[in-house]
Design a binder for this molecule. Structure first.
Ligand code: SAH
Ligand code: SF4
Ligand code: F3S
Length: 465
């Protein structure tokens, strides 16, 4: 969900200048969060002010996810409450966007007739036009496949230090369990020049970190015309990293999500060579068993996956490696599940996001007759989470007493006397400061911190002079 820390909108501001107030709740991945920031930017350009309360807003937008079925259920309960409100307040505008909106399309109108606008992820940049149609009294459904026009709007970003930059939309893979290709459409890469321009704009506003985003970021450029030189395309992710590296004062560059099928040695070399590219790689493996990987249609073997990790660690021994894994995929035996646990122990991940398999509409695996029971799903998820946590704790020990460069992003919300930031490897870190310094003077700065405490998912330390 989108966490916000912003200036409160006063009632006089609302009545004097604005078109009304808006509220956005975001579900799902970083791509959805980046989309929400763009839609918030469009709404503010139109004169909407951010509401202080979801149930007081004049326009409510739910940006949804459908990766697993539990992501779906929450939205329906939120929508139900807003639909009731709309009965008393007909002027309320109710919008559903994102992947669930794309998946369900018009059928959502039968479920929630109070909806004004249903829009898929490819229509985000077009929100203004869609709202104009709503204002002329229509109920609008925008889910047709669309070429995503260059972003001419300015995003309303949550952070003033770290910014997300989409470089490729959609996904052309066909993993047998995954709903993303059917809801996010075909791959569409942005041109390097537009990406660089967006990063320059962020740099002018003094942003210090950018994260390049794509569902399969390693596929970047394969749909671009790109000239061929020495037998390769020039518009790859690796080329893009070299091309954007000189933008100042950006200090850190990250990218996600990587696909093992396309993760090249050339990319690893570039990450090693380019100073601003952080030593953090998010490379989902999904399963530790080759037969399951085949059934998932992932297009690589565990041997290849381990070679990628070895190649990274040969050059960057302390790099952080994170991943995603699915347990209880249809037909997964106990032994195959054990292979996943063994892989986690063997590789030593910093973190693995885990999930039990969830059958999704329009995906092949959902139709197979070898589905596993809920109790096996629950049991395997519990077991894998224990193994992941043990590994994270162990891996984190390497930070103890080390000196890490932390980019300060703000204040620890649970302990305002501490600063909060991240290591280059993306570990959340809390930093003590002396009584005579003000936290704000550190925002956006990289400071050296001696790590004094290590937990499974975060670190604490003191400024090291
Ligand atoms: N593009 C990325 C992942 C996108 S979805 C990749 O290829 O790895 C994010 C994560 O959700 C996936 O890595 C996977 O672990 C999980 N996921 C996707 N579909 C799922 C499903 N049907 N059931 C359970 N988990 C799923
Ligand atoms: Fe889904 Fe596979 Fe595409 Fe990732 S690469 S978004 S898991 S289809
Ligand atoms: Fe969810 Fe769509 Fe992202 S399904 S994980 S919001 S691409």
């Amino acid at each position: 969900m989108l966490k916000t820390e912003c200036k409160k909108t006063t009632s006089s501001e609302l009545s004097t200048f604005s078109k009304g107030s808006y509220w956005i709740t975001t579900f799902g991945c970083q791509m959805n969060k980046a989309d929400s920031e763009r839609m918030a930017g469009i709404l503010e350009d139109l004169g909407y002010l951010r509401a202080n309360d979801e149930f007081e807003a004049d326009l409510v937008l739910y940006n949804t996810c459908t990766i697993r079925d539990n992501a779906e259920h929450k939205v329906y309960s939120y929508l139900g409450k807003q639909a009731k409100r709309k009965k008393l307040l007909p002027k309320l505008k109710l919008v559903i966007s994102g992947c669930l909106a794309q998946q369900e399309g018009e059928s959502l109108l039968r479920r929630v007739p109070e909806l004004d606008l249903i829009m898929g992820p490819q229509h985000v940049n077009n929100l203004q036009n869609l709202l104009e149609k709503v204002e002329s009294g229509n109920q609008v459904v925008a889910t047709e496949e669309k070429y995503i026009s260059e972003d001419i709007t300015s995003a309303r970003r949550e952070s003033s230090i770290c910014g997300w930059v989409n470089i490729i939309y959609g996904c052309n893979e066909r993993c047998s369990y995954c709903v993303v290709p059917s809801v996010r459409g075909k791959e569409q890469s942005r041109y390097p020049i537009s990406i660089k321009k967006e990063i320059q704009t962020l740099a002018e506003k003094n942003y210090k970190e950018i994260t390049l985003l794509g569902q399969n970021i390693d596929a970047y450029g394969r749909d671009l015309p790109g000239t061929t030189k020495e037998g390769r395309k020039e518009n790859t992710l690796t080329d893009l990293l070299y091309y954007i590296h000189d933008v100042e004062p950006i200090r850190r560059i990250r990218f996600a999500t990587s696909h093992p099928r396309y993760f090249s040695k050339r990319l690893i070399n570039a990450c090693f060579e380019l100073e601003k590219v952080c030593e953090h790689f998010h490379i989902p493996f999904q399963s530790g068993n080759n037969d399951i990987l085949k059934a998932m249609a992932r297009g690589y073997t565990i041997e290849k996956y381990k070679r990628i990790i070895d190649n990274i660690r040969d050059l960057m021994p302390n790099a952080s490696i994170t991943a995603d894994a699915i347990v209880a995929f249809p037909g997964e035996t106990e032994d195959q599940f054990q292979d996943t646990l063994s892989l986690i122990n063997e590789v030593g991940f910093d973190l693995v996001n885990t999930a039990a398999y969830s059958p999704r509409p329009n995906t092949p695996a959902a139709l197979w007759n070898n589905q596993l029971s809920e109790s096996i799903k629950k049991e395997r998820l519990k077991k894998i989470n224990e193994v992941v946590e043990e590994n994270s704790k162990l891996r984190n020990q390497r930070y103890l007493e080390s000196i890490e460069s932390i980019l300060i992003e703000g204040i620890n919300p649970k302990k305002p006397s501490q600063l909060m930031g991240r290591t280059r490897s993306n570990r959340l870190t809390f930093v003590e400061i002396s009584n005579n310094s003000t936290p704000q003077e550190f925002f956006g700065r990289e400071v050296n911190v001696k790590i004094k405490e290590v937990r499974s998912f975060s670190l604490s330390g003191k400024i090291f002079k």
